[in-house]
Design a binder for this molecule. Structure first.
Ligand code: KG4
Ligand code: ZN
Length: 341
C-alpha cells in the first residue's frame, strides 16, 4: 500500500436522492460537506422517482461542488484527486455525478477514484471514529441493502449475511407509508416508536432456514400491513405509536440477533454499523447495551454521516487510492455491484 501525506480529495455522491460533495483530507478529516436533498419533491410520489432524481442532480451538482470547494477554503488547484460514487444506485442519478467528475478530471488532469456506495457508508465511521481501523464486522443497513460484512481491510470485504428480500430501510419505509407517514418514513416511524409500547402487537421474528446470518423482512412487513388492513376492516383503530414500536422492535431484533451471532461465531469483538438505518434510535441503543454486556467495541457514525453524503465518499476514496484503485475516463455506472468488488 502506498502512503500519501495531506491528500485532499474532492468527492461527489449522486446515487439516489441527495446531491452531495465534500473535501476530505487523508480519509478522516472533513474540510467541507454539502448535501442537497430532493426528498420534498419525491415525497409527493411516496418514493424516489428516478427520472426526477436525475434531473435534480443535473440542476444541483455544479452549485453543490462549488459550495463544497468554497466551504473548504480551497481552490480546485489545491485538490489532489477526485472521487465519485459509481455503484450501486439509480443509473441515471449515478451518471450525473460520474460525468461531472469525469469532466473535472479531464479538465484538471486529476486522478479519478471510483467508490462503491456501501463501502463509503462504512467509511463514514472513519470520520466519526478516528481510531477505527479494520478488521471489524459491519452491519450495513440502508434503503436498498442489509448486509453483515467482514471488513478485513479498507478495500477487502466479505459478505457474511444479507437480506433475501427487502432491505431494512425499505421494510421501515413501506409500513410507515401505510400508516400515513411521508417518505422516507423510517425516521418518522422511529420517532413514533419512541412513544409506543413495543409489546402491544405481536410480530413474527422471521429466520432464514440454514442461513443464520441472512435476513428476510418481507414476511414481517406483510404481517404488519395485514394487521393494519384487518383492523381497518373491523373498524378498529391501530395505535400508530404502539404499532411503530412493536414493528421496530421486530425489525431491529432480526438485525441485532444475526449480527451478534455472526460476531460470536467469527470471534470478532470490534463491531461497526453503517447506512441510513444506522441512525435508528433502537438499533443504536440495543447494540450499545449488548456490546457493553459482551465486552465488544462498538463504533457508529455520527447522525449527519449515516445518510448519503459526500464526506463518506471522500473517506473511502483515500483508501481506494492507496490501494491503486483509480479509473480512466471510460468509467461507467452500475445499478448493482457486490461490495466485495
Ligand atoms: O443509506 P441511505 O441514506 O440511502 C441508501 O443508500 O439507501 O438510507 C436511507 C434509508 C431509508 O430507508 C430511511 O427510511 C432509512 O434509511 N432511515 C431510517 C432512519 N433514518 C433513515 N430507518 C430507521 N430509523 C431511522 N432513524
Ligand atoms: Zn446510501
Amino acid at each position: 500500500m502506498k502512503t500519501e501525506k495531506n491528500m485532499k480529495i474532492l468527492a461527489i455522491e449522486s446515487s439516489c436522492d441527495e446531491t452531495a460533495a465534500a473535501v476530505v483530507e487523508n480519509g478522516r478529516n472533513v474540510l467541507s460537506s454539502v448535501v442537497v436533498s430532493q426528498i420534498d419533491e419525491h415525497k409527493l410520489y411516496g418514493g424516489v422517482v428516478p427520472e426526477i432524481a436525475s434531473r435534480r442532480h443535473v440542476e444541483a451538482i455544479t452549485g453543490v461542488v462549488d459550495e463544497a470547494l468554497n466551504q473548504s477554503g480551497l481552490a480546485l488547484s489545491d485538490i489532489d484527486a477526485l472521487a465519485v460514487t459509481y455503484a450501486p444506485g439509480l443509473i441515471g442519478a449515478l451518471l450525473v455525478g460520474i460525468n461531472f467528475a469525469k469532466g473535472l478530471s479531464y479538465a484538471t488532469g486529476l486522478p479519478l477514484i471510483p467508490v462503491h456506495h456501501l463501502r463509503s457508508h462504512i467509511a463514514a465511521n472513519y470520520i466519526t471514529n478516528p481510531s477505527l481501523r479494520p478488521p471489524f464486522l459491519c452491519l450495513v443497513v440502508s434503503g436498498g441493502h442489509s448486509h453483515i460484512v467482514y471488513v478485513e481491510d479498507y478495500t477487502k470485504m466479505k459478505i457474511i449475511g444479507k437480506t433475501r428480500d427487502d432491505a431494512a430501510g425499505e421494510a421501515f419505509d413501506k409500513v410507515a407509508r401505510v400508516i400515513g407517514m411521508p417518505y422516507p418514513g423510517g425516521v418518522n416511524l422511529d420517532k413514533k416508536a419512541e412513544l409506543g409500547n413495543d409489546s402491544a402487537y405481536t410480530m413474527p421474528r422471521p429466520k432464514v432456514a440454514d442461513s443464520p446470518y441472512d435476513f428476510s423482512f418481507s414476511g414481517l412487513k406483510t404481517a404488519a400491513l395485514n394487521l393494519i388492513h384487518n383492523a381497518e376492516q373491523r373498524g378498529e383503530t391501530v395505535s400508530v405509536e404502539d404499532l411503530s414500536a412493536s414493528y421496530r422492535r421486530a425489525v431491529i431484533g432480526c438485525l441485532t440477533d444475526n449480527f451478534i451471532k455472526a460476531a460470536k461465531d467469527l470471534n470478532c469483538s470490534k463491531l461497526v454499523i453503517a447506512g441510513g438505518v444506522s441512525a435508528n434510535t433502537l438499533l443504536r441503543r440495543e447494540l450499545t447495551r449488548i456490546c457493553a454486556e459482551c465486552g465488544y467495541e462498538l463504533y457508529m457514525p455520527e447522525l449527519k454521516y449515516c445518510g448519503d453524503n459526500g464526506a463518506m465518499v471522500g473517506a473511502q476514496a483515500y483508501y481506494e487510492y492507496l490501494n491503486g484503485n483509480t479509473a480512466g475516463l471510460e468509467l461507467n455506472a452500475a445499478a448493482t455491484m457486490s461490495i466485495e468488488g
